[in-house]
Design a protein around this ligand. Structure first.
Ligand code: GLN
Length: 485
C-alpha cells in the first residue's frame, strides 16, 4: 500500500480493502520511524490526522466520497491550516497556530476529504533551493542522506521520496516544486499563475508564487491538481476559468506533438551526465511520435538577475507584516516600539531572509527604483515574449530541471550566487507565469535526474499528457531509494 499510486489507493479505499484510518496509520508509523533522520516534517499530529481519517471513512461509508477522499497528503508548511502550527520554516512563525484554512487546504481537506499527515519542512519563507535555510534544520535527501532534497519544498519532496506520504503540496516562486521534485525522483507541477488560489499561502513574491502538486507520477499530479484549482474571490489574482479535468488527456497519443528544445538550455552550464539523461528522454519522445524542433529563449540568461530584483522587492514588502505586534515571534526584551520591531525582526528572521529584505528595500528605494526594479520588470516582459515566440513553433518546451543532481549538504550554503544558479532553468517560467513540471528521466551515479516540461498558458492537461505517456514507457519514477522498504 505504501508505494501505491493515488489511483490505486483510491480504488482500495472505495472497495473497502483498507480504511482511511488504517492507511493513514501506515504512513504515520513510517513518519515516526523515518522522520527523526530525514526531518521532512515540522509538525505531525497523530490525533488530528486520525480524526480526519475517521471523518473520511464516514464519508466513504455514507457513499458521498470523491476520488481522493481518505487519501493522506503532506502539506507544505507555507499553507495556513486551521488549528495547525504554520511556521513557513521560520522562527518568526515558530509559535503561529493558524486560525483559518488556506483555500488549497480547504479544497483538499474540507471539500475533497483528503487527510493531512502534517506540515512539511521548507526553506524559510520559501527562500532557498536546498531546504538549508529552514529554522527547523535541513532535510536529508532519501536518495543520499548526505545530500540536499532541493528546496524550497524540500520537506514535501523528501516525505514522498521516503514514502512517508503518497503525495504533497509545494509552492513554486522560482522553481521550488520542480527542483526538489527533480532531485528526489518525483513528478511535480507548477501551474499557470492564477490557477491555484494563493489565499492563505504565506506570501513570498506574490506575482510569482504558485502552489501545485508533488507526487509519484503525472497521473497522481493530475488528480491532485483537479482538487486544488478554481477561482477564489479572496485572491485578487485568481483567474475565473471553466472547470476542467486535468486527467482527461493523459492517454492521448503524442504523434504530431512538437517539442521545442531551447538552445539556451542545451549549452554550457549543465552537468554532462545530466544532459545525457535528458537527451535519452528526447529520444524516447521521438519514438513516441513527437517531432523535435529547435527554439530560442534569447533573454533567458537574464532570468536569474531579473528574478533576484523582483522577488526580493516583493518579499521585502510582504514580510513587513512580521513586526512582533500581530502574530508570531516577539523579542522577549526590548526598549521602545522601534526597538521591539528591530529586535523582533533581527531575531525572528534568518540570514537569507534578511539578505532578501535588504536587497528588496534597496531596489525599491528612491533613486534606485528605475535602475533596478523597473529595468527588471522590462526584462520580465522580454522573457515572457520569448516564450510567446517559442510557442508559435512548438507545443511544449523540454530541458533539464536543474543543472546538476542533488548536491551535498553545506556545499552551496556559503555561496548564495551558486545556490541561486541551481534555478537557472526554472525561474523564467515563473517570470512568464507559465505552467511547468519536472519528471524523472534517469539517474547519474545513483542520483535522480529531472527533466522539465514547460507549457503554454493553461496547457496543464497537455503537460500532464506528455509526462504520462513518457511514464508509460520509462519507469524511472517507480525506482526507490536504497533502504526505503
Ligand atoms: N530558489 C529560489 C529562491 O530562493 C526559488 C524559491 C521558490 O521557488 N520558492 O528564491
Amino acid at each position: 500500500m505504501i508505494h501505491s499510486s493515488l489511483k490505486a489507493l483510491s480504488a482500495a479505499l472505495a472497495s473497502r480493502q483498507i480504511s482511511s484510518v488504517e492507511l493513514s496509520t501506515l504512513f504515520l508509523d513510517r513518519i515516526d520511524r523515518l522522520n527523526p533522520e530525514i526531518n521532512a516534517f515540522v509538525t505531525v499530529d497523530r490525533e488530528k490526522t486520525l480524526a480526519m481519517a475517521r471523518a473520511a471513512d464516514a464519508r466513504i461509508a455514507a457513499g458521498n466520497a470523491g476520488p481522493l477522499t481518505g487519501i493522506p497528503i503532506a502539506q507544505k508548511d507555507i499553507f495556513c491550516a486551521e488549528g495547525w502550527l504554520t511556521t513557513c520554516g521560520s522562527r518568526m512563525l515558530s509559535n503561529f497556530v493558524s486560525p483559518y484554512d488556506a483555500t488549497v487546504i480547504r479544497k483538499m481537506h474540507a471539500e475533497a476529504g483528503m487527510v493531512s499527515l502534517g506540515k512539511t519542512n521548507m526553506d524559510e519563507f520559501a527562500m532557498g533551493s536546498s531546504n538549508e535555510t529552514s529554522y527547523f534544520g535541513s532535510v536529508k535527501n532519501p536518495w543520499d542522506r548526505s545530500r540536499v532534497p532541493g528546496g524550497s519544498s524540500g520537506g514535501s519532496a523528501a516525505a514522498i521520496a521516503a514514502r512517508m506520504a503518497p503525495a504533497a503540496t509545494g509552492t513554486d516562486t522560482g522553481g521550488s516544486i520542480r527542483q526538489p521534485a527533480g532531485l528526489c525522483n518525483l513528478t511535480g507541477l507548477k501551474p499557470t499563475y492564477g490557477v491555484v488560489s494563493r489565499y492563505g499561502m504565506i506570501a513570498f513574491a506574490s506575482s510569482l508564487d504558485q502552489g501545485g502538486p508533488m507526487a509519484g507520477s503525472a497521473e497522481d499530479c493530475a488528480l491532485l491538481l483537479n482538487t486544488m484549482v478554481g477561482f477564489d474571490e479572496r485572491d485578487s489574482t485568481s483567474l475565473d476559468r471553466p472547470a476542467e479535468d486535468y486527467a482527461r488527456d493523459l492517454d492521448k497519443p503524442l504523434a504530431g506533438l512538437r517539442i521545442g528544445l531551447p538552445k539556451e538550455f542545451f549549452g554550457e552550464g549543465c552537468d554532462a551526465k545530466v544532459m545525457a539523461a535528458v537527451q535519452s528522454a528526447i529520444d524516447e519522445y521521438r519514438k513516441l511520435g513527437a517531432t523535435i524542433v529547435d527554439v530560442s529563449l534569447p533573454n533567458s540568461h537574464l532570468s536569474v538577475p531579473a528574478y533576484y530584483v523582483i522577488a526580493p522587492a516583493e518579499a521585502s514588502s510582504n514580510l513587513s507584516r512580521f513586526d512582533g505586534v500581530r502574530y508570531g515571534y516577539r523579542a522577549p526584551e526590548y526598549g521602545n516600539l522601534d526597538d521591539m520591531y528591530a529586535k523582533t525582526r533581527a531575531q525572528g528572521f534568518g540570514g537569507e531572509v534578511k539578505r532578501r529584505i535588504l536587497i528588496g528595500t534597496y531596489v525599491l528605494s528612491h533613486g534606485y527604483y528605475d535602475a533596478y526594479y523597473l529595468q527588471a520588470q522590462r526584462i520580465r516582459r522580454l522573457i515572457a515574449n520569448d516564450f510567446v515566440e517559442a510557442f508559435k513553433t512548438c507545443d511544449v518546451i523540454l530541458g533539464p530541471t536543474s543543472p546538476s543532481t542533488a548536491f551535498k549538504l553545506g556545499e552551496k550554503s556559503a555561496d548564495p550566487v551558486q545556490m541561486y544558479l541551481s534555478d537557472i532553468y526554472t525561474i523564467a517560467v515563473n517570470l512568464a507565469g507559465l505552467p511547468g513540471m519536472s519528471l524523472p528521466c534517469g539517474f547519474v551515479d545513483g542520483l535522480p535526474v529531472g527533466m522539465q516540461l514547460i507549457g503554454n498558458y493553461f496547457d496543464e492537461a497537455r503537460l500532464l499528457n506528455v509526462a504520462h505517456r513518457y511514464q508509460q514507457v520509462c519507469d524511472w519514477h517507480l525506482r526507490r531509494p536504497d533502504g526505503i522498504d
